[in-house]
Write a protein that binds this ligand. Structure first.
Ligand code: SAM
Length: 267
């Protein structure tokens, strides 16, 4: 078991650029604080019915939440009547998600798996896969990104969809990160801001009201590159929303949300 109280980025934190490191970043203290301070009701209100409407409009029912985290989206979708499987590579996150479900009288169907070998652990095919909360950004190697998308593609039925979100790294890399972005989806109690940014790393600092600080090291994915990767593994009709809107100025949104389809007829 890893140390659950201290994040360990080694002597030179900005040198830590490894896909596997996410396991050491989501430690118990960070995860507990996150859930204490990020108001699920406020988050649900800000997202509205966006994901539910997309899934329902396409008649998708069986959903795999590949980045379950502490369970926010799995629980929203279960409450809305979807058949949900909740997967994550962090056992601590899954335990927290299960507990969060139990407190709401829901039993989460959890699978502990890393995306790079997802189909070894997750069985069956899904109508939809969701990968939300800026999770894909934890993959530092190009090979890992391609392999993960291929695993997602394989786990979908024909006509299935992938819904994936990401921070607007174009704005961050191009130096357009303003203070209004600091509080996005973290609520107004947690400050989330980039401490170091270069083409291969976005290191974010999360500061809590009691003075506690945690970090996440992430790979800054440009929007066009992400769309290209999805297209390369076979996804089609990739539609990208900005902060849940169809139209937007490129640098305005905090998050992009891609909806990509696995289509039978055009292959
Ligand atoms: N979706 C949740 C949300 O929006 O609140 C959690 C997002 S959290 C930022 C990212 C999650 O992705 C973490 O729970 C982490 O363990 C998981 N993760 C990161 N890389 C992974 C990988 N290679 N395989 C499986 N899970 C991974």
């Amino acid at each position: 078991m890893t140390d659950t109280l201290v994040q360990d980025f080694g002597k030179d934190p900005i040198a830590k650029r490894e896909t596997d490191h996410y396991q050491k970043e989501y430690i118990e203290g960070f995860v507990d604080k996150w859930d204490d301070l990020i108001d699920w009701d406020a988050r649900a209100e800000s997202e509205g019915r966006f994901f539910i409407d997309i899934l329902k409009a396409r008649d998708k029912h069986k959903v795999l939440d590949v980045a379950a985290g502490t369970g926010f989206h799995s629980i929203q979708l279960l409450k809305a009547g979807f058949d949900v499987t909740s997967a994550d590579g962090s056992a601590e996150m899954l335990a927290k998600a299960f507990e969060n479900g139990r407190r709401r009288d829901l039993v989460l169907n959890t699978v502990h798996t890393d995306w790079r070998w997802l189909n070894k652990d997750v069985h069956g095919k899904f109508d939809a896969i969701i990968c939300l909360g800026n999770s894909f950004t934890h993959l530092f190697d190009e090979q890992d990104r391609r392999r993960t998308l291929a695993e997602f593609y394989a786990a979908l039925k024909w006509d299935g969809i992938l819904i994936m979100d990401q921070r607007n790294y174009d704005a961050i890399l191009d130096g357009d990160f303003s203070t209004k972005h600091k509080y996005y989806y973290c609520g107004d109690q947690v400050v989330a801001e980039p401490e170091h940014v270069d083409d291969g790393l976005a290191r974010f600092r999360y500061a809590f009201p009691d003075g506690a600080e945690y970090h996440l090291n992430m790979f800054p994915i440009r929007k066009a590159y992400m769309r290209q990767l999805m297209s390369d593994v076979g996804f089609q009709k990739i539609k990208t929303y900005g902060d849940f809107q169809e139209t937007y100025q490129e640098n305005d949104p905090d998050f992009f949300i891609h909806v990509a389809e696995k289509l039978e007829d055009e292959r």
